[in-house]
Design a binder for this molecule. Structure first.
Ligand code: MF3
Ligand code: CO
Ligand code: CO
Length: 252
């Protein structure tokens, strides 16, 4: 069931989303060669707690940390570790989800570490652009796939990239993951009419090869990597559907 949020719920989700966005921006300002992903986790954790909120990933289905940090061929759900040190040329996604007064906001972005290859830079720019094009096309009365999966796949595939299918966006706000499951590739499964008051994430994971398949780490049960070892990047916003378009809630 897809919830239509009430004005007071929207206020709460807007505030939590804003905190998620400022946490992401603050945490990302510490990205540099030599910092560990565990240090980034601590910075984000402390920032969220000091603003009266809770990091949603911590203990979510047994997840052990407060944020996700996904480097290079890691698609998503990378677990911060003090043994994982950022190095020159890496690309890293930081994913932040906050719970503020019971309301959830979810956002992520991918960043360069020092000087990166042109291949990596283009992947970051195009992934971000694909998310932005999808957000711009959202409007009440249109269909979910028409705005998201079709827009993203049509934009991204001419570059020889692929759209990850096994993970997607999701309704968000009252819970971490609500209906609908948002596909980022073109599929009739998302033939859902958008209505004002729906809130969901758009968070395309784009692989720098035509292989969209991913593998889950057997040992930690979380880390998702590209099957072929290619780079993958992701951007994520939480958005509110309105009659005139979409409002990005995870905006600074
Ligand atoms: N923030 C992720 C998302 O965008 C979910 C992370 S779940 C976790 O949906 F448990 F790995 F944190
Ligand atoms: Co999400
Ligand atoms: Co997220």
């Amino acid at each position: 069931m897809i919830l239509i949020k009430t004005p007071s719920q929207i206020e709460g989700i807007r505030a939590s989303s804003k905190l998620a966005a400022t946490t992401l921006n603050y945490t990302a300002s510490f990205i540099k060669v030599g910092i560990s992903t565990e240090e980034l986790n601590k910075i984000a954790h402390n920032y969220i707690i000091s603003h009266g909120a809770i990091p949603a990933p911590l203990n979510y289905g047994g997840y052990p940390k407060s944020i996700c940090t996904s480097i290079n061929n890691v698609v998503c759900h990378g677990i911060p570790s003090k043994k994982e040190i950022l190095k020159e040329g890496d690309i890293v996604n930081i994913d932040i989800t906050t719970i503020l007064n019971g309301y959830f906001g979810d956002t992520s972005a991918s960043y360069p570490v020092g000087k990166i290859s042109q291949e990596a830079q283009l992947l970051i720019e195009r992934t971000k652009k694909s998310m932005e094009l999808a957000i711009k096309s959202v409007k009440a009365g249109k269909y979910l796939n028409e705005c998201v999966g079709r827009v993203i796949e049509n934009y991204i595939s001419p570059f020889g990239y692929s759209v990850v299918r096994d993970l997607g966006g999701h309704g968000v706000g009252i819970k971490f993951h609500e209906d609908p499951f948002v596909f980022h590739h073109n599929t009739p499964e998302n033939h859902i009419m958008l209505k004002a008051g729906m809130i969901f994430t758009i968070e395309p994971m784009i692989n720098a090869s035509e292989n969209w398949h991913v593998i889950q780490d057997k040992y930690d049960g979380w880390t998702i990597r590209t099957q072929d070892g290619s780079l993958s990047t992701q951007f994520e916003h939480t958005i509110l559907v309105t009659n005139s378009g979409a409002e990005i809630l995870t905006k600074i």
